[in-house]
Write a protein that binds this ligand. Structure first.
Ligand code: AVJ
Length: 325
């Protein structure tokens, strides 16, 4: 039997006619320019993100991994056998801790990773199949929205949708509400949602995590322009933009921008778009919200995602919440 199935709901090759780019036009023609954070994750961007996860300043991945190491078996015991659906699976490194826990309990292993970066999805799925002989993988190259619409109840077991790594922080409060409603709509009563969120902490720690000394985060941020160049036949000059990230304490969010070093004109031919930049004008490429564990649990409950249990690390830097519909 086939243990690996990869389905493309989107195709990000430059030649593809499924490329849309309306969100790029929208973001770059607004008064305050912005770009959707998902454009970070072409194959190169996913590689750079993996490097960020290993940086000394980037405590998020390390901390969430430690929580999973400690509590994955408790999670598996609470949910019982279930199919793991993961939004933004990337390299699936942390997910292995969950797979190990379900395997320990002799549960069948079904994994449905979803990611916009086809390259990383394919290579990590293959590596997983080699390491877990009983694993079945059904991978979706897709945005979250498309995938959540297409998800079907499992024929084997109940499901747990995993959204770890604090990717929820990239969504504004309004987008967050819409997203959680989509999660609720995709689940059957009794099924689970596992959410990882970065928590509020002193500004110095947060700003260091997004301004690493090796400049990997800067390269990750600038790579978005390279991605747009390839994908939309653009001519962004990466030398003429610089990385800028700071913590907005009133909104409890890191804001990451690309700042134009001079006045310049950029053209994206495939979108028939010309954009003027003033010197020092910025593009907002990402917000990364930092949550309060009690408040986010109340918000989940309001969306009918009832918190079953929350776990954190000794410093309370990161939170993992198991919810049930
Ligand atoms: C993957 C969205 C959780 O917000 O910390 C890392 C992405 N941006 N460094 C984050 C990111 C800059 C990351 N998330």
């Amino acid at each position: 039997t086939q243990r690996l199935q990869i389905e493309y709901l989107i195709d990000f090759t430059p030649q593809s006619n499924t490329v849309d780019g309306n969100d790029v036009i929208q973001g770059l023609t607004q008064h305050s320019k912005s770009l959707p954070a998902r454009y970070f994750y072409d194959d190169r961007g996913s590689q750079l993100f993996e490097q960020i996860c290993a940086l000394p300043e980037y405590y998020l991945t390390r901390t969430e991994t430690a929580i999973l190491q400690e509590y994955a078996s408790e999670i598996a015991q609470m949910t019982g056998a279930c199919e793991l659906v993961e939004l933004g699976s990337g390299s699936s490194t942390k997910t292995r801790l969950l797979l190990d826990a379900y395997k320990q309990l002799d549960y069948p292993l079904h994994y449905l990773p979803i990611d916009v970066s086809g390259g990383i999805l394919e290579s990590s799925a293959k590596q997983l199949l080699a390491d877990y002989p009983s694993l079945q993988v059904h991978a979706l190259v897709s945005t979250y929205e498309l995938a959540l619409e297409k998800l079907m109840p499992s024929e084997f077991a109940s499901r747990m949708i995993c959204f770890i790594g604090s990717t929820l922080g990239n969504l504004s409060p309004a987008e967050c509400d819409t997203f959680l409603a989509q999660i609720t709509a995709a689940l059957q009563p009794g099924e689970y949602f596992l959410l990882g969120v970065d928590l509020q902490k002193p500004k110095e720690i947060l700003e260091a995590a997004y301004n690493d000394r090796q400049g990997v985060t800067a390269a990750f941020n600038l790579n978005m322009l390279q991605h747009l160049n390839t994908r939309f036949d653009g001519n962004f000059d990466l030398e003429q933009f610089e990385h800028w990230a700071f913590y907005n304490e009133t909104q409890h969010q890191i804001e990451m921008h690309l700042r134009s070093r001079r006045s310049q004109t950029v053209r994206l031919r495939a979108l028939d778009l010309t954009v003027e930049f003033a010197a020092d004008e910025t593009i907002l490429t990402e917000i990364s919200r930092k949550f309060n564990l009690n408040i986010i649990q109340q918000e989940l409950a309001q969306q009918n995602l009832k918190p079953v249990q929350a776990w954190t690390d000794p410093q309370q830097w990161f939170g993992l919440i198991l919810c049930q519909l």
